[in-house]
Design a protein around this ligand. Structure first.
Ligand code: DGY
Length: 330
């Protein structure tokens, strides 16, 4: 029960969230909650009004937490908790300046993201979406030896761009498919992890040259922004398949479009794009060799609940000044 005269810290939640997270916040009885209770994002102008005077902000990857927003929130804001593993939507510099602590949700989504990445790889390399369309639309004539052929994983080389928890989980799922070689590139070699999964550190050029499948698993940072560009695509094998489940901005989409149209690479599977949603008339949607999903890598009921719960626990710990279960070091 709220002690007479004692004001609870105000928390704003920017969206309708999975039940576990909301239950944790409500049952804590330690904050006053206001929420944008909709599946659609809160309009920026509304958000700027609602954050005024709050102590805690529970947000998603769709909200830009920048100088303007932090100024609108004012000096009471102590903690920002994002229900995502990625935090490229947060201006860490501005948060650090104001000593605002930041929570995020790594680990709980690793398995779901790895699973979807493998699903997208198979859908793209074995041309599943194209084949389903052909079957439905009368393109399925007689059985033809040269029709709808893709590339198999057995005996292949897979390149991981950004080897972390998710990259490791992808490698472990791909091993039973008979992949011959795992290569990776990152800002620096990750020796312990790489030894555990028998992955070899190579330069970006070598990764492009040797891989039959490239999986992008890195975070979006100023260093990785646009790193998958014409330079990379021009070095890839013509039968190579490119998969991105990290952030759209890691890829130069125009360069990718040209690589796909000109047959520089065989196909691409994207769970993330710029912008999101990708407009339905975007040229990439017109290509048969490009499979586009609407950013659903972590979308299992269990995972989204776990993310919402972890973000809630991060927020509560931050408000109390305790150690957060998962905090972004600033
Ligand atoms: C994240 O959490 O950053 C993913 O992109 C969505 O789950």
């Amino acid at each position: 029960m709220k002690a007479a005269g004692k004001h609870l810290p105000k928390v704003y939640i920017t969206r309708r969230i999975p039940p576990d997270g909301l239950t944790i916040l409500k049952q804590s009885g330690s904050c006053e909650i206001e929420q944008w209770d909709s599946d659609d994002p809160v309009p920026r102008s509304e958000l700027l009004k609602k954050v005024s005077g709050i102590q805690g902000l529970y947000c998603l990857l769709t909200e830009k937490i920048d100088k303007e927003l932090l100024e609108a929130a004012g000096p009471n804001l102590k903690v920002v908790s994002t229900m995502s593993v990625g935090y490229d939507h947060l201006s860490l510099e501005e948060l650090k300046k104001r000593r605002i602590r930041v929570g995020f949700t790594p680990d709980v989504l690793t398995e779901a993201v790895a699973e979807l990445t493998v699903a997208l790889l198979l859908a793209t390399s074995r041309r599943l979406i194209e084949a389903v369309d052909e079957a439905k639309n009368g393109g399925w004539g007689t059985w033809k030896p040269l029709w709808m052929c893709g590339s198999g994983l057995t005996g292949s080389s897979v390149g991981i761009l950004g080897l972390g928890r998710i990259g490791e989980a992808i490698v472990n799922r791909l091993k039973p498919f008979g992949v011959l070689k795992f290569l990776y590139n990152d800002v620096a070699p990750r020796e312990e992890l790489a030894a555990k999964i028998s992955a070899e550190f190579v330069s970006l050029d070598e990764l492009a040259k040797q891989s039959d499948f490239i999986m992008v698993c890195c975070a979006l940072t100023p260093q990785t922004k646009g790193m998958c560009n014409k330079n990379l695509f021009s070095k890839m094998k013509r039968n190579a398949v490119f998969i991105n489940t990290s952030r759209g901005a890691v890829v130069n989409q125009e360069d990718l479009y040209h690589a796909l149209v000109n047959g520089q690479i065989a196909a691409a599977g994207l769970d993330v794009t710029v912008p999101e949603p990708l407009p339905t008339d975007h040229p990439l949607f017109k290509l048969k060799n490009c499979v586009i999903l609407p950013h659903i890598a972590s979308a299992t009921v269990e995972t989204r609940n776990a993310m919402s719960a972890l973000a809630a626990n991060n927020l509560l710990a931050g408000l109390k000044g305790d150690m957060m279960p998962k905090e972004v070091p600033l």
